[in-house]
Ligand binder design. Structure first.
Ligand code: BGC
Length: 423
């Protein structure tokens, strides 16, 4: 059978692979290094996915020393302060976006540019904005490993059958079905009360109820007028309405415990990023069978294309050998089979389109189809805002959700202030 690639492309790929191997070998003394890797992938689905990376690193002769820290909200500050404080790990997961921009600017991250050029990352990483998030003054300091989007709702089909109503296909149907679920003793909406979860949910309402223009005006243009608009008021009202759909135990609940409520039929649905899919996978459930997924709450089929990227802090000891090991690891993370295996377990979309995804489930196929149309691809909040601004949004959303005495008007006024001062 003829190769799908022309002869010239094949030649370029082989040449790039040889150049990359030479680069990795010349970067330092070959040897087995212990690479401490920090990340916040501790749920069942996440652990299965991170195991793919660990196996690949161990098979390369280096040793993956696992440094998992549960919960992104806890892990991120620990990771950033360790690097800033001169106690770097060998590699770390962070969100693709602005999480580490201060550390990159301070010169604390290993420069991956030569490897990226030798392997042609810019030719295959899609959407190209992912690599932009890793680039500072023309140099590349991280490697995106997946595309994750928060813009999803996950629904248990059986819960709706028990309640005697059809599985909702959009947000209005979801709201209309909520009383029937309540009557059947099922919590309509599974929520975890961590600040990032409530804030992420608000971003989903921003698209579904306010439209793509509202989302772009706030997340791209940082427009205080859009933040003050009547469309944005609808988002605050939806968050207030969501309060009445949750159970009493939501405060402090981890996201995967909320997903487990959907998996077991204790709840009808959860608004959560597509990492939730990993949990359904580990529970042996199949998209389109036990559960359904609604991108953009069934209103707008969009993805906000953030996700995860790996950074390699500059080593303070054994620098040549560790840097060589870091480059080898970066190369492995974007390699074809690792990308397929990791993303199938993680529920995320691969950062490369030139791999075989025939094993992707219905929901991943929906995601891949959405990705084809650039109009449906939005920046994630991690790409749009600094960590500081995101923290301010999170504080606002979680206080508003927890405290019904805060009026929509007051909460929106604070939101406008944050957007007006965001950089
Ligand atoms: C990460 C995902 C992770 C999720 C929940 C997100 O910030 O991008 O990879 O699964 O947090 O832990």
């Amino acid at each position: 059978m003829a190769s799908p690639l022309g002869g010239i492309e094949m030649f370029n790929i082989k040449t790039a692979a040889v150049a990359a191997a030479a680069l990795v070998a010349s970067a330092g003394v070959a040897g087995a290094e212990k690479i401490e890797v920090t990340h916040w992938w501790t749920s069942g689905g996440e652990a299965a996915a991170v195991g793919v990376f660990a196996d690949a690193v161990n098979a390369s002769g280096h040793e993956w020393v696992d440094g998992a820290i549960a919960g992104g909200g806890n892990a991120r500050p620990v990771i950033l302060s360790r690097i800033a404080g001169g106690d770097p790990m060998g590699a770390t997961q962070l969100n693709t976006g602005r999480d580490a921009e201060d550390l990159v600017q301070a010169g604390l991250m290993t420069d991956l540019t030569d490897l990226a050029e030798a392997e042609g990352w810019a030719d295959f990483i899609r959407p190209s904005k992912l690599l932009d998030s890793c680039t500072y003054e023309g140099r590349i300091y991280c490697v995106p490993v997946n595309i994750h989007s928060f813009q999803w709702m996950w629904l248990n089909r059986g819960a709706y059958a028990t309640a005697g109503v059809a599985v909702p296909t959009n947000w209005s149907e979801f709201e209309a079905a909520a009383p029937a679920l309540r009557d059947a003793g099922i919590t309509p909406l599974a929520v975890g009360g961590e600040a990032w979860q409530i804030s992420g949910m608000s971003g989903v309402f921003q698209v579904a109820l306010g439209g793509l223009d509202l989302y772009r005006a706030i997340n791209v243009d940082k427009s205080p007028e859009a933040a003050a608009s009547a469309d944005m008021t609808k988002v605050f009202e939806a968050i207030a309405a969501a309060r009445s759909m949750v159970d009493d135990g939501y405060v402090g609940r981890a996201w995967n415990d909320a997903t487990a409520m959907v998996i077991t039929g204790k709840a009808g649905a959860q608004i959560m990023g597509d990492w939730a899919q990993g949990e359904f996978g580990v529970a042996g459930q199949t998209a389109g069978d036990e559960y359904d997924c609604l991108p953009g709450l069934g209103v707008y089929p969009v993805l906000d294309t953030g996700g995860d990227a790996f950074y390699f802090p500059k080593p303070t000891k054994n620098a040549d050998a560790m840097t060589a090991a870091q480059l080898e690891m970066a190369s492995l993370l974007v390699s074809k089979q690792v990308q397929v295996d990791f993303n199938l377990a993680k529920g995320s979309l691969p950062i490369r389109g030139d791999i075989d995804l025939s094993a992707a489930n219905d929901c991943m196929q929906k995601g891949l189809a959405i990705l084809e149309n650039p109009d449906n691809v939005l920046p994630s909040s991690e790409q749009a805002f600094t960590g500081d601004t995101q923290g301010q949004f999170e504080d606002l959303w979680v206080s508003f959700f927890n405290d019904p005495s805060i009026s929509v008007e007051d909460a929106q006024a604070r939101y406008v202030e944050i957007v007006a001062s965001a950089d």
